[in-house]
Design a protein around this ligand. Sequence first.
Ligand code: ADE
Ligand code: ZN
Length: 322
Amino acid sequence: MTNLPKAELHVHLEGTAPPDLVGRIAARNAMALPERLLGVDGRYRYTDFLDFLRTYDLAASLMRTGQDYRDITYEYLRSCAGAGALYVELTASPDHARLVGLSDEDHLEGIARGIDDARRDTGIEGRILVSAVRNFGVEPALRVARYAAERPHPYVVGFSMAGDEAGFPAGEFAEAFAIAAGAGLGCTIHAGEWAGPESVRAALELPVTRVAHGVRSIEDPALVSELAARGIVLECCPTSNVVLGVYRSYEDHPLPQLRDAGVKVTLGSDDPPYFGATIAGEYAVCAARMGFTEDDLREVTRTAIDAAFCEEDLRMRLRSRV
Ligand code: ADE
Ligand code: ZN
């Protein structure tokens, strides 16, 4: 599986840092690890989806400097390169950085340095989606969108929205998406993970070409047809969904049905150490538990490259390597 070229469109940068890296970062920032962060097994501790978001926020609160973000980016991209990934889009949250006093500029500079260093050492390419967080509210989302629109950065290619989709409907964020799309950023949003088809329908009112997760669309056949007809790309993260309990098992996951209905699907690890996921693992699970052949998986990579928000000449270069 290592030899199969891979591309990842859905992973949260703060969510890529394993406990040992967060521990090293906390130590050099002279902070103790909060007691509730890790379980006795040394893994991130949470009880359900909303508690996962709280644990995620807690881990992110220990990331304080541009160097922290550089190291997190570098280590994640290096591990992906070792697993055969050519390209990764990192979803980064300026609000999490801002909450601990790190400026947008220093945050992005650190991530960009991690991308450059990883490319130099492994050849992997990375780009950044800036993400708002639904449960932080509409004003912060507008700020992130305006910042991304007004201060173009060559590596910032998209705008996304994470957080609690059930409690904070997509429509409230229409202006933020309009600003981001108006500035030429690619747009995607979490929907159909922790809420049903109605959440995906609301997402499709926004200027998005992709939906993060989107898997619960399967509960509404007309919506599945619409996704296929519009060529909307789903960023599927089966392990995340199984671990968080959206589906009981990989065999219950609707990824193959969506693909067979003509919906474009890609793979992502979402928040790797939280779920015991890796991008190579997601490809392996599709092969072992969902009936995907090697050709099918190559097609998944092609779909991801075609749906990537990167510049066209990079897309062409990536395409030629699959
Ligand atoms: N933020 C980080 N991971 C997330 C997920 N799986 N869903 C929503 N928001 C998130
Ligand atoms: Zn996600």
